[in-house]
Design a protein around this ligand. Structure first.
Ligand SMILES: [Zn+2]
Length: 73
């Protein structure tokens, strides 16, 4: 899936309703590279609250770090 407009450090957040990890974003991104507008679940249409989204994103980053190993930073 090639989406040139999506910052590389953003991972799809798992939906609390249907457990799918497919997000649709509207309204572009803010200066932190986070969605500036609404994030929806692509599957069931659930609207992520901002704190819910950020929590989910952190969880996904930790999962991803475990899968790929620590980065050299
Ligand atoms: Zn969903």
């Amino acid at each position: 899936m090639a989406d040139a407009n999506k910052p590389k450090n953003l991972l799809p957040v798992t939906c609390a309703v249907c457990s799918e990890s497919q997000n649709t974003m509207h309204g572009g991104f803010d200066t932190d590279g986070l969605p500036a507008g609404t994030v929806n679940c692509m599957v069931c249409g659930h609207v992520f609250q901002r704190d819910e989204y950020l929590r989910g994103l952190e969880t996904r980053r930790q999962d991803f770090a475990r899968m790929t190993g620590p980065r050299a930073e």
